[in-house]
Design a protein around this ligand. Structure first.
Ligand SMILES: [Zn+2]
Length: 506
């Protein structure tokens, strides 16, 4: 199909048959001297007429385009199709516009033109796109122009550059060089914060690094307590980079939430990375939980990380809403006789002002009672969080120490630990230790010698840890064991889990 007739290049497009097969065809546009109007040949008569009517309406409704006055014959080469195919609309229009001199012909030979045309001139996705692209995987022009809704899928399959325009008018303007074509944008951009790599943290800081690694490996919610501006945000920003890629189902839910919210461009290529949302304690109800029409921060963090700064100052509404989301892993809104539910399975990271000891309070200059008061008010929420950490402020880390591991190195250990946890919980509706129920935790730990948990029992007996708090320790102990490549927690693993839950030495 590289033959030209009267010097005119065929416009190439993979045609899909209803049988689930596709093949590359060319649309040839030649001036018709023996007829009074523009016609299509190579399709059944009725299909030819409806196709011509769609292309006619799209061109009439596209600024900068005119339906040619001289009759043109559009033919499907090398031999016609047994049925119409609306995915050829764009190719018919491009052939017509090129033949009538309305768009330059130099792009024609190197591009596939795939898309349906709306009567208003919009580019609509073609049916059976995957089958079409597979049919031309090793043949035909390398580049492709597709509808915006097909851009992400086409970009993964095409050999050359894939681009789009929202309308035929915009496409023609771009081919004339007036405006650029739209090209794929990756979403979300990664890391979620520019340069948010563990290697960028001040050297040393091994305690904070370990907290992040355990949180990522087990999917554990995280409370970072310290003086104001202690660097909790810097730590939180480095958590998404440690998390593994999302499974396809979750990635689809994440994309859907962000499309509904208008934060995901329709032509964006969705990478399966966890999203990141940061909220302040003053956040409003619609911004946190969403509206009937738009997911809020908890829904937009689905599959990723929700960071809440100054969580000790959260309103009681926000505190209770977050408790419900952590319990149900989704947010449900009622209103106007309708009910909307958004998935919200995210990892919550909170920072709070507080100190491990009274002497720390003195160096901060705050009231010794302030931190404990906030902790009592927030107890419902904080109790649901596995890790209660007191990372040393980043500014206190001594300079000149060696550079620590990068995000990529730690993320590899996280993937291995998550695989171990996923194998442990095979058959359960969860895959991380953080989501395991108390009953299943007990069953998973049944074969561990009881003596390893003696320090935990002592803490509960002494009233230093609630029964509920001890469940968090069991979850963490499994994650620490997973990171160490042990099927069952050692006494040291349990001790570390107690430190992670209480911020204190066991
Ligand atoms: Zn303070």
């Amino acid at each position: 199909m590289t033959e030209t007739m009267h010097g005119i290049q065929p416009v190439m497009v993979p045609a899909a048959a209803r049988t689930g097969h596709a093949r590359l065809v060319g649309i040839l546009a030649v001036p018709a001297t023996d007829q009074r109007s523009t016609t299509i040949t190579g399709l059944p008569d009725q299909d030819a007429r409806t196709t011509r009517d769609r292309v006619y309406a799209a061109i009439k409704n596209s600024a900068g385009c005119v339906w040619p006055q001289q009759p043109i014959t559009l033919s499907v080469e090398p031999h016609g199709l047994s049925a119409g195919d609306s995915g050829l609309d764009l190719a018919f229009a491009v052939a017509l516009l090129a033949a009538s001199g309305q768009i330059p012909a130099d792009r024609i030979p190197c591009t596939l033109w795939i898309g349906e045309l709306g009567l208003d001139g919009t580019l609509q996705p073609a049916s059976q796109l995957a089958i079409r692209l597979a049919a031309v995987a090793h043949a035909g022009p390398p580049d492709a122009i597709v509808a915006p809704g097909d851009l992400a899928e086409a970009a993964l399959a095409a050999r050359g550059q894939v681009s789009t325009a929202r309308t035929l008018a915009a496409l023609v303007a771009a081919l004339r060089g007036d405006v650029p074509l739209l090209t794929p944008q990756a979403w979300p951009t990664a890391p979620p914060w520019p340069g948010a790599d563990l290697a960028d943290l001040p050297a040393g800081h091994s305690a904070a690094r370990r907290i992040l690694e355990v949180a990522a490996a087990g999917g554990h919610h995280l409370l970072l307590t310290g003086p104001p501006q202690g660097g909790a945000g810097m730590l939180a920003e480095r958590l998404p980079g440690l998390l593994p890629d999302l499974d396809p189902g979750t990635a689809g839910e994440v994309a859907a939430a962000h499309r509904t919210a208008g934060t995901l461009p329709p032509e964006a290529i969705v990478r399966h990375r966890p999203p990141w949302q940061a909220v302040h304690h003053t956040i409003s109800r619609p911004a946190l939980t969403g509206t009937l029409h738009r997911p809020g921060a908890v829904g937009l963090a689905h599959g990723g990380v929700l960071f809440c700064d100054d969580a000790g100052e959260l309103s009681s509404f926000a505190r209770d809403a977050l408790c419900t989301v952590l319990d149900q892993r989704r947010v449900t809104l009622l209103g106007a006789g309708t009910r909307v539910s958004y998935p919200a399975r995210m990892q919550l990271v909170m920072s709070a002002h507080g100190h491990r000891t009274a002497s720390d309070t003195a160096s901060c200059g705050c009231s010794p009672a302030a931190g404990p008061r906030a902790r009592v008010r927030m107890a419902r929420l904080f109790d649901r969080v596995d890790i209660h950490a007191f990372p040393p402020p980043l500014a206190q880390v001594a300079a000149g120490q060696p550079v620590g591991e990068s995000t990529a190195v730690v993320a590899a250990r996280v993937v291995a630990a998550r695989a171990a946890a996923s194998a442990r919980w095979a058959g359960q509706p969860w895959a991380t230790n953080a989501e395991a129920t108390a009953e299943e935790l007990q069953a998973a730990l049944a074969l561990v010698p009881g003596g390893r948990f003696a320090p935990l029992r002592d803490l509960v007996r002494a009233g230093a840890l609630s029964q509920r708090g001890s469940v968090h320790v069991l979850r963490l102990a499994l994650t620490v064991a997973d990171l160490g490549g042990r099927r069952r927690p050692s006494a040291e693993d349990v001790a570390e889990a107690i430190r992670l839950r209480t911020g204190q030495e066991a």
